[in-house]
Design a protein around this ligand. Sequence first.
Ligand code: ADP
Ligand code: MG
Length: 246
Amino acid sequence: MDTFIEASSSAGVSPDTISISNINLSLGTGAARVHILKDISLRVGSGEAIGLIGPSGSGKSTLLMVMAGLERPDSGQVVVNGTSFNDLDEDGLARFRGRHVGIVFQSFHLIPTMTALENVAVPLELAGHPDPAGRAARELEAVGLGARLHHYPTQLSGGEQQRVALARALAPDPAILVADEPTGNLDESTGGQIVDLLFAQHAQRGMTLVLVTHDNTLAQRCDRVVRLRSGRIDGPATERNWVETA
Ligand SMILES: Nc1ncnc2c1ncn2[C@@H]1O[C@H](COP(=O)(O)OP(=O)(O)O)[C@@H](O)[C@H]1O
Ligand SMILES: [Mg+2]
């Protein structure tokens, strides 16, 4: 297995950080089986920020899970940072995710029995980072939580919890960051601060960002907006960096 440093320095080699081709995915069994993603192809350039919008139930979260390697499609190919998910077994996929994919959820998903520092350090430990605690502290300082390192999630406000989640997602220096309605559980002003922080980190680190949101104004802050409708891409609304698949 390559080292943490080597894995990090290989980031950004591919011109497209995310390349998704002809994805189909159904979930559920029997009569409840739903064809959720229908022949989806999408390329996201290295460092690009895309806003993924669409009505509730259109498949946004499912597509994000496919990009993150948390859900395997029934057919089609997902390539992230030059690695095809079809070539990875479950362990390989988990390792790849740990190093190259950051995920932020609407409901934070912090581990309640761990402090902010521990929540951020765990994925670094798993990725083989030489100094998980030191790096975690620096990442928490970068999101304005230098004074909250040893607080537990219940001792933090919603906005602070989402900052911890963002620090945790960014700490391994992922090639891609996917965020699923990251402001959905926050009031407008707190959500605005999280969004500003997210875009500031994107500008500073240059990772590829996929942001799911139902907020059109927020989506417009991205380089490109992609709209989903009933499990299909409804045509790219803006075409900056758009590359047609062959
Ligand atoms: N595990 C599942 N089993 C069956 N249907 C599912 C499952 N997960 C999601 N769905 C259905 O897939 C559709 C898309 O869901 P989702 O990706 O969560 O949409 P969005 O994030 O755009 O609101 C919805 O109709 C939802 O009910
Ligand atoms: Mg969703």
